[in-house]
Design a protein around this ligand. Structure first.
Ligand SMILES: [Zn+2]
Length: 193
């Protein structure tokens, strides 16, 4: 994001709009999104045993069900109508996407990012890790990878807008951008710790 977008983001989360994304902004950003989330969080801890107890065995495609995107969606520039999501969080993901459409359907910047789909289910390990990614359970989604690459720091380099992040937190999903300050493409249905 450029400076005036960071200032706008700071106003939105209720911190001093000085254009400097430091520890105060980071802490307030977490507090702000958590204030939107359901309590208690409906999702399991992200350690493997908790994920497996809640979502089932990673890689088991019988745990997945198909959802239909509520607005025109593209994968690598090609129109895509559906994807498969873990049945435990598929309805929740639908509510997230419908919320994005309802609140921001006329916002071209937001919808361009929301419609740039980069995958849910993927039977793989975490990047650079030896444990399964939440994608292996079908309980994570990536959006707009091109402008939110894995290592890009958010919000300085990555551009994931707060409007989309808010819609995920309303369903208790967490965002890489807010929680880790990178991997801003990524959202997952795990608890907020
Ligand atoms: Zn991801």
């Amino acid at each position: 994001m450029v400076q005036n977008e960071i200032v706008r983001l700071q106003r939105r989360i209720g911190t001093e709009p000085d254009g400097f994304w430091g520890p105060k902004s980071i802490a307030q950003c977490k507090a702000y999104v958590r204030s939107l989330a359901p309590s208690p969080c409906p999702w399991p801890h992200q350690k493997q045993a908790s994920l497996q107890a809640f979502y089932g065995t990673p890689g088991n495609e019988f745990n997945l069900e198909k959802i239909t995107f509520p607005y025109p969606t593209f994968y690598a520039g090609k129109a895509v109508a559906t994807t498969r999501v873990n049945a435990e969080c598929s309805h929740s993901l639908m509510r997230v996407l419908e919320d994005i459409k309802d609140r921001h359907g006329d916002n071209l910047v937001v919808m361009r990012i929301a419609s740039d789909f980069a995958g849910v289910y993927n039977f793989r390990n975490k990047r650079g890790g030896s444990s399964y990614s939440v994608h292996a359970y079908g309980a994570a989604i990536d959006l707009a990878v091109g402008t939110n690459e894995f290592k890009d720091s958010w919000p300085m380099k990555a551009s994931m807008p707060m409007e989309i992040i808010e819609c995920f937190y309303r369903e208790g999903w967490l965002s890489g951008a807010v929680e880790w300050g990178y991997d801003a493409q990524h959202f997952q249905a795990t608890d907020l710790t």
